[in-house]
Design a protein around this ligand. Structure first.
Ligand SMILES: CC(C)(COP(=O)(O)OP(=O)(O)OC[C@H]1O[C@@H](n2cnc3c(N)ncnc32)[C@H](O)[C@@H]1OP(=O)(O)O)[C@@H](O)C(=O)NCCC(=O)NCCS
Length: 184
């Protein structure tokens, strides 16, 4: 029982000694993205996560959906914190039967196009590998060319289309491109 509680606490705080050291002793030698730390999301993080979500999408997830993800056993909800411990990004991944699926990845607009999305996705791939997943899946709007460029640069491949999957502002529907990254 005690061991389980200790492991739960450990999984909430991924301690990164190098980051702590460099942030304190040589704060100017690393950029913001290099100093970013990923840790598990908690309910207390939701106000900030919802803020980033609202800036990221025309159709943001409702708060209840985040609660469902936090409560689901096979979901990993991550946040990325900068050197001041401010949340700058989050990602939600479900892993089951050897497949990791990225359900949401969102970066604070002020931190975009600096490499944080790439670093977060690499963290997700590394975590999926550690969990012995064989593939990482995701879905993306064809109009989200920045996200598609990011996934392609990480060697995700298009594997199919879900017709009319997403709502659009003009009341029409937009397809989802399904992409996959093969681990083994
Ligand atoms: C898509 C998103 C996650 C990218 O995150 P990011 O931190 O800006 O991405 P990075 O800086 O790591 O970019 C990595 C690569 O992605 C591509 N890329 C990212 N944003 C881009 C943009 N706006 N236009 C073109 N290419 C882009 C580039 O190939 C880039 O490589 P480069 O820097 O060598 O050119 C971010 O824009 C975001 O959170 N958007 C809102 C939410 C969203 O759409 N999430 C994805 C849902 S599927």
């Amino acid at each position: 029982m005690i061991k389980r509680v200790l492991n739960q606490i450990k999984s909430l705080v991924t301690y990164d000694a190098d980051r702590e050291f460099y942030a304190k002793v040589f704060p100017d030698t690393l950029n913001q993205v290099e100093l970013m730390r990923f840790r598990k999301m908690s309910k207390a993080d939701l106000p900030r996560v919802l803020e980033i979500e609202a800036k990221g999408y025309n159709y943001p997830w409702a708060e209840g959906l985040f609660h469902d993800c936090l409560n689901a056993a096979h979901y990993d909800c991550w946040v990325g914190e900068d050197a001041t411990d401010k949340i700058r990004a989050f990602c939600i991944v479900s892993t089951a039967v050897g497949e990791a699926t990225v359900l949401n990845l969102c970066i604070d607009p002020v931190m975009r196009q600096q490499g944080l999305g790439r670093k977060f996705m690499q963290h997700i791939i590394d975590t999926a590998k550690a969990k012995k997943a064989e593939s990482v899946f995701l879905e993306v709007r064809p109009s989200n060319t920045g996200a598609i460029a990011l996934y392609e640069s990480l060697e995700f491949n298009e594997i199919g289309i879900r017709p009319g999957y997403y709502k659009t502002e003009n009341g029409e529907r937009e397809d989802a491109i399904m992409m996959a990254y093969t681990i083994i």
